[in-house]
Write a protein that binds this ligand. Structure first.
Ligand code: F6R
Length: 263
């Protein structure tokens, strides 16, 4: 195995529920470790079907185990554009419904790109989002999903390692996949504001979670294929702090080499 690939820690879990719980435990672990030292935590966060079980488990940990989100700052990867925050398709609303409305986070510390701004104000907003992350002291832990185009955030094919927060056009495959999460009869905007690959790679630790057989091909390309902008997630191979959590179906196309080193 190449030294490059050895940096990724890959764990294959029994099923989707167990994998989502393992991802939630990683987030909780970072929170508890930092709370024990009295330092705040900055989380990078994704939405999407994969994350539903993770946020459900974090809410359960808050309610039953007393896990606190006081002092946590959250930066989400992306938001559709144009998009109002109370629209049922919006990632603002999704994050509130799945996580933030149920935990003790300070609402002033919850950040997502603003999908309501006119085109001419987006560049300034994207720069401000990057500045806000830096002001918060960098992302301690990033929770990522992966799209079938290999995107992390909405960094579709062609997104290089140096990309930053910006407006992007969504790949037709992403629009088709994500339409399944949108209320029936509604369409998704063709654009989104997303953190760049470069923004994501600045996180200290990253957990990539992928679930289901429909992710198996892209997971294998991202973890074992060449590192280039055809598959944005392949850039995770060059980050030292990445843990990959997979259910068995998502791990189905990995080589024996990768699986042999998997926990
Ligand atoms: C969502 C995001 C995307 C998703 C990816 C997987 O905020 O940034 O990268 O993580 O599209 O989506 P699901 O989980 O719906 O398969």
């Amino acid at each position: 195995m190449s030294s490059r690939r050895r940096r990724l820690r890959v764990h294959v879990l029994e099923d989707a529920r167990t994998a989502a719980q393992a991802a939630a435990r990683r987030v909780a672990g970072v929170l508890l470790e930092r709370q024990a030292c009295n330092v705040p935590t900055v989380l990078g966060l994704a939405t999407g079907a994969t994350m539903i079980g993770v946020y459900g488990e974090l809410v359960r940990m808050h309610r039953q185990d007393g896990l606190s989100f006081a002092g946590v700052t959250g930066f989400n990867l992306d938001e559709y554009w144009p998009m109002s925050p109370d629209d049922p398709r919006s990632y603002h609303r999704t994050m509130h419904e799945l996580l933030w409305d149920h935990v003790d986070v300070d609402p002033a510390r919850v950040h997502l790109p603003d999908g309501t701004l006119p085109l001419e104000e987006l560049d300034a907003q994207c720069l401000a989002y990057e500045r806000a992350i830096r002001r918060a002291g960098a992302i301690d832990h990033f929770l990522l999903g992966i799209g079938r185009t290999g995107h992390i955030g909405f960094n579709e094919p062609g997104s290089g390692a140096g990309t930053r927060t910006r407006l992007v056009r969504l790949d037709a495959r992403t629009l088709a996949d994500n339409a399944r999460l949108a209320p029936p009869g509604t369409e998704l905007p063709e654009h989104a504001i997303t953190m760049g690959v470069g923004t994501i790679l600045e996180a200290r630790q990253i957990t990539l979670l992928a679930l289901g057989a429909h992710k198996a091909d892209i997971v294998a390309r991202a973890l074992e294929g060449p590192v280039n902008d055809e598959v944005a997630a392949s850039f995770l191979q060059v980050h030292d702090g990445v843990t990959v959590l997979l259910d068995r179906d998502a791990a189905a196309r990995l080589s024996p080499d990768t699986l042999g080193s998997a926990g």
